[in-house]
Design a binder for this molecule. Structure first.
Ligand code: ADP
Ligand code: MG
Length: 337
C-alpha cells in the first residue's frame, strides 16, 4: 500500500500554447479510493500519463511514500492504468492476458497458474482461463483488464473512465465489483471520470479538476450538498443562484455581479401554485416525468429555473403560471471563485 503526493504539477504539451495542468496538487491516502472528476479535456488522462511516466511534467513532483518517482522507469513505478477500452491481446487467452506482466517479471509457471486463478476468483469469473477476448462481453473484458492490472500487486491503481462504454446495468455491477475488490485488496486507487454520479459512487473523497487545478476536495456528500465556489456548484448540478439578500436578483442581473452569492440545489426548490416566504413568479416551460421525481423548467425574468420535486408531485402543463419557492434553510453561500 502506498500514500501518494502530487505536488504542484505544471504541464504544457510541446505543440500547445495553453497549459493543461497549471498547479495540480493532490494527496491520496494509503489504501484510499479517491475519485478525480473533471469535464472532458480538463487534463485527467494527462495527469495519469504523468504518474505512469508516459509523459513528464514541466515542474512539480510526484511522490510515493515520500519519495519522488519522476526518475524511476515507467515500468518500475508500480502504477498501473486501466482504460475505457480493455486493450486485451486478441490472440492470447484470458489466462495469458492476465499473466503477461508476471511472465515479463520471470515468475514461475506454478505461481502464475495460482495467481491467475486467484485473480479470476477475485473478479467473479472463475474458470474462464481458456477463453479469448473476442468471446467476452464488454463487462467481462473490463473485469479481465482489471485482473491484469492487479495481478502484479501494484502500489497504485489508476482507472481512466473504465466504465464509460458499458450499458447502465453492467456499469452498476462493475461499480460494485470495483468497490468490493478495492476494499478487499486495500490498494490505493484513483478513479477518473467526467460523470458526477459515478465519481460519487466510486470514492471516499472526491477531487474536482477545473482549469488545470483541483478546485474542490471533500467527501462526495459534502461536495454535493455544500460546494464552496460558483464553479464547483455548477459542476455539482446547481444552476440557481440568489443575491446577498437571499432572494431572486434584479431582472437580467448577472450572477457574477452579486456581492454575496447563495446557491440552492434543484431538489430543494419548490414549484407550486402558492407563493411562500421566498418566492418568485414564473411560467412553466417544461415539466418532465423522470420516474422518482419530476423535473421542472420555469421561465423567470428571462432565465430558466430548474427544479426537481420527488414523486408524488404535480405535473404542470406548459404555460402554467406558478411560484418558484426557495426555502431559506436550503440556501448556502458560495464564493465567486
Ligand atoms: P481528459 O482526459 O480530461 O479528457 P486530456 O488529458 O486527455 O483530458 O487532454 C487535456 C488537453 O490536452 C486536451 O486539450 C487535449 O487535446 C490535450 N492533449 C492531450 N494529449 C496531448 C498530446 N499528446 N499532445 C498535445 N495535446 C494533448
Ligand atoms: Mg481522458
Amino acid at each position: 500500500m502506498t500514500a501518494v503526493n502530487i505536488l504542484s504539477l505544471h504541464k504544457t504539451y510541446p505543440n500547445q500554447s495553453a497549459p493543461v495542468l497549471t498547479d495540480f496538487s493532490l494527496s491520496i491516502n494509503n489504501g484510499e479510493m479517491i475519485a478525480l472528476l473533471g469535464p472532458s479535456r480538463s487534463g485527467k488522462s494527462t495527469l495519469l500519463k504523468l504518474i505512469t511516466g508516459i509523459e513528464r511534467p514541466d515542474s512539480g513532483d510526484i511522490q510515493f511514500d515520500g519519495s519522488s518517482i519522476l526518475n524511476i522507469d515507467p515500468n518500475k513505478r508500480g502504477a498501473v492504468l486501466m482504460f475505457q477500452k480493455s486493450y486485451l491481446f486478441p490472440f492470447l487467452n484470458v489466462a495469458e492476458n492476465i499473466s503477461f506482466g508476471l511472465k515479463v517479471q520471470g515468475v514461475s509457471s506454478e505461481t502464475i497458474g495460482a495467481e491467475v486463478k486467484r485473480m479470476l476468483d477475485l473478479i467473479g469469473l472463475p474458470g474462464i482461463e481458456k477463453r479469448k477476448p473476442g468471446q467476452l462481453s464488454g463487462g467481462e473484458g473490463q473485469r479481465v483488464a482489471l485482473a491484469r492490472a492487479l495481478v502484479t500487486n501494484p502500489k497504485l491503481l489508476l482507472l481512466d473512465e473504465p466504465l464509460s462504454s458499458l450499458d447502465t446495468s453492467v456499469r452498476m455491477n462493475l461499480q460494485e465489483a470495483i468497490r468490493d475488490i478495492q476494499r478487499e485488496l486495500g490498494v490505493t486507487t484513483m478513479f477518473v471520470t467526467h460523470d458526477l454520479g459515478e465519481a460519487m459512487a466510486m470514492s471516499y473523497r472526491m477531487a474536482l479538476l477545473l482549469n488545470g487545478e483541483i478546485v474542490a476536495l471533500d467527501r462526495p456528500e459534502n461536495l454535493f450538498h455544500h460546494p464552496r465556489s460558483l464553479a464547483a456548484a455548477k459542476f455539482m448540478g446547481v444552476s440557481t443562484f440568489l443575491n446577498g439578500n437571499q432572494v431572486w436578483g434584479p431582472k437580467e442581473a448577472e450572477v457574477e455581479s452579486y456581492k454575496k452569492l447563495y446557491a440552492i440545489r434543484p431538489e430543494h426548490i419548490l414549484v407550486q401554485k402558492e407563493a411562500s416566504e421566498n418566492s418568485v413568479e414564473g411560467v412553466v416551460s417544461d415539466c418532465i416525468f423522470r420516474g422518482e421525481y419530476v423535473e421542472y423548467q420555469v421561465a423567470v425574468d428571462g432565465t430558466t429555473v430548474r427544479a426537481q420535486m420527488p414523486m408524488p408531485a404535480t405535473m404542470f402543463p406548459h404555460g402554467e403560471r406558478v411560484y418558484v419557492n426557495f426555502p431559506r434553510q436550503y440556501l448556502f453561500e458560495v464564493s465567486h471563485r
